[in-house]
Ligand binder design. Structure first.
Ligand code: HEM
Ligand code: HEM
Length: 226
């Protein structure tokens, strides 16, 4: 479905918007990325860094697939809009637009600006993981290390902007978006929610990523950890 999910109005009933795989993906990604960043410096925590970093890579690969086959609000087709749409959405927050009394469109899933933030976060994590792998190869060039450090730190900057934007949007729309990313529920018009949470798939995803991280940490994949 394209366009706003509904115009500003009275969305009142809590409805399921984020399926469990999307929520599991989100919080595991946040843990892996922050963990990888915190364990980056020291040689002693290298295996943990690799386990968390590769797991972030697995999560992004999963999210790309889920973006095509997942539930309504998890699909790229639901939230990837033109850059012009994103700019026009952001312009709606300018004081002039607000003073003119223009109602800001409310989106049940990601808004058009948030959609680009999602793509940017996925892309920069993918870049950090690939340059990390390249910098870990025996005959690696210094360039990969430099790019890895740049992208690894870049994620943290983007994530900071992301959290600030989430808090600001939540305040402006008087909506607790963080809680929604935890329990999946948001206020929406009747019928806008998704039919099922894909609970089993969400649990399987969590188990698979944890098992993978543990295996990498234990050195089971020499091709990855050398
Ligand atoms: C390194 C840390 C983080 C990364 C890489 C990250 C990444 C992402 C991504 C990729 C999405 C899109 C979800 C999807 O459709 O699959 C997202 C959404 C979201 N994130 Fe994060 N996130 C991080 C930390 C956080 C934190 C700490 C919070 C809470 C304070 C948060 C709150 C949210 C919320 C509420 C959404 C949904 C936004 C909406 O309503 O459209 N994120 N995040
Ligand atoms: C989200 C994922 C990742 C983040 C945020 C991240 C972040 C970082 C950062 C910021 C550094 C620089 C530390 C310093 O100041 O010296 C670093 C170093 C390193 N990372 Fe990662 N990393 C990630 C994934 C990976 C992966 C998948 C590998 C795979 C092998 C890896 C291998 C390394 C290695 C070998 C170093 C030290 C040598 C170098 O600087 O290139 N990282 N990482």
């Amino acid at each position: 479905m394209s366009g706003p999910d509904h115009a500003a109005g009275v969305p009142v009933t809590p409805q399921l918007i984020w399926d469990l795989p999307t929520r599991v993906f989100h919080w595991l990604l946040a843990v892996c990325v922050l963990g990888a960043w915190l364990t980056a410096e020291s040689e002693r925590s290298r295996m943990l860094h690799l386990a968390l970093g590769y797991s972030a890579g697995v999560l992004v690969a999963w999210r790309v697939i889920w973006g095509f086959v997942g539930s309504r609000y998890a699909r790229f087709s639901n939230f990837v809009r033109s850059p012009a749409a994103a700019l026009s959405y952001l312009r709606g927050y300018l004081p002039a637009a607000r003073a003119a009394g223009q109602a800001q469109t409310h989106y049940v899933g990601h808004n058009p600006a948030g959609g680009w933030a999602v793509l940017a976060l996925l892309a920069v994590v993918a870049l950090a993981v690939s340059t990390g792998w390249l910098s870990y190869q025996d005959d690696s060039m210094e360039l990969w290390s430099e790019l890895h450090e740049l992208t690894g730190n870049g994620i943290i900057v983007l994530a900071g902007v992301h959290v600030a934007a989430v808090v600001a949007t939540g305040v402006l729309h008087r909506e607790n978006l963080v809680r929604a990313m935890v329990n999946g529920y948001k206020r929406a018009r009747y019928g806008e929610g998704i039919a099922g949470a894909f609970t089993l798939l969400g649990l399987l995803l969590a188990a698979a990523v944890l098992a993978f991280a543990w295996q990498v940490y234990s050195g089971v994949f020499p091709a990855l950890t050398g």
